[in-house]
Design a protein around this ligand. Structure first.
Ligand SMILES: C[S@@+](CC[C@H](N)C(=O)[O-])C[C@H]1O[C@@H](n2cnc3c(N)ncnc32)[C@H](O)[C@@H]1O
Length: 343
């Protein structure tokens, strides 16, 4: 309950950072108090809390040491995820009881009493709101880039050369990553297929593309970065891209908005094009706690939801899409790549 705000305190006071820098070395409270400029009595209470949750190790009455959790908290991915949850997500989650009560326990959808609006005292949806809160947008982007470092990707199960076997030259767009943030998936593709022929294109909002160009991630060379609002017609259509890929995009939007996004892609597709949807497909029972949590965060912040196979089938039916294949690439979160074409 308290762990998120108190973890933010540990980040802001630099308690975790100082301990992590001295990894393997014990630090006593007096020294930590001087370096972090934190009152020694307050520090004692904070450290007691952190050790009780395993965020650091206590080696004697007044001696502390960083452990793996301390390092994870202070890593760029850890910091950005914690800060984003604290500043953006928690206010919306706190408004859930009031909104559900006021809405007589109907499902969470955009409306007057929507947790995001109430929690943030705003009438702007989350992406619009983040434009006015650039530091939160920075945390969000940094979290998005790092959230899956070192984990499986769709390329572990998909043989991408299947999509580029025929009539591909260097002008053919082979991979358009729609809402691709800083282009991590584009880079992963190019690294896995260094001889890939054709254009690899990243699309995202203007603000994100600007940042992706100013601070390119390692391996970004050779990737085209275009600003594109996916609620407008897909501009990569002259040759029809071989694949239009979206990871964790549709789970941010309710069905009516997903249908708009998909319609804009369909209008650009040729016979050789495929839509690749990289999302969790929730099982009907035994859902992992992280997936169940993501579903409710999506509901309260984005008015959307995690989808079961039945939910996806219904969305594709309404979007007039035919599913050609579904590949699952993680067991715990049921991440899948769904290959679809217009009916
Ligand atoms: C949940 S993130 C997923 C990022 C990336 N695909 C990944 O899996 O790491 C959603 C992305 O959609 C982008 N986005 C939101 N609204 C958009 C819009 N209208 N047009 C284009 N991109 C948008 C955001 O900037 C963000 O990068």
């Amino acid at each position: 309950m308290l762990s998120l705000p108190l973890t933010i305190v540990g980040i802001e006071t630099r308690i975790f950072e100082v301990l992590s820098k001295e990894r393997g070395k014990m630090i006593d409270r007096e020294e930590l108090s001087i370096v972090t400029k934190t009152d020694p009595v307050l520090l004692k209470r904070l450290l007691r809390y952190y050790q009780s949750f395993g965020m650091l190790d206590q080696l004697g009455d007044d001696h502390y040491q960083a452990n793996n959790m301390t390092s994870a908290i202070i890593s760029p991915g850890g910091r950005s995820a914690l800060s984003f949850y604290f500043e953006a997500v928690v206010p919306a989650l706190n408004a859930i009881p009031q909104c559900l009560r006021d809405n007589a326990y109907q499902n969470i959808t955009y409306g007057e009493c929507f947790p995001w609006y109430v929690g943030h005292q705003t009438n702007k949806k989350i992406y619009e709101w983040m434009k006015d809160h650039p530091s939160v947008l920075d945390h969000f982007m940094s979290f998005m880039i790092r959230q899956r470092y070192g984990q499986h990707t769709f390329l572990d199960v998909v043989d991408f050369s299947e999509f580029t076997r025929h009539n591909v030259n260097e002008d053919t767009p082979v991979f358009v990553d729609i809402g691709g943030s800083f282009g991590y998936q584009c880079v992963t593709l190019k690294q896995k297929y260094p001889d890939l022929v054709g254009r690899v294109i990243l699309q995202d909002s203007e603000e994100v593309i600007e940042q992706a160009r100013i601070h390119p991630i390692p391996g970004f060379e050779g990737i085209e970065a275009h600003a594109h609002d996916f609620f407008t017609p897909q501009p990569i259509k002259a040759l029809g891209a071989r694949t239009y890929y979206m990871r964790n995009i549709l789970h941010n939007w309710p069905d009516d908005k997903c249908i708009e996004i998909l319609k804009n892609i369909k209008s650009a597709m040729t016979q050789d094009s495929r839509i690749l949807i990289d999302e969790m497909v929730f099982p009907e029972s035994g859902v992992h706690w992280r997936a169940a949590q993501i579903d409710l965060v999506m509901g309260s912040c984005f008015g959307s939801m995690g989808r079961t196979q039945e939910d996806w089938d219904s969305l594709f039916e309404k979007s007039e899409l035919e599913v050609l294949k579904v590949w699952k690439y993680t067991d715990n979160l049921d991440d899948c790549v769904i290959v679809a074409v217009p009916k």
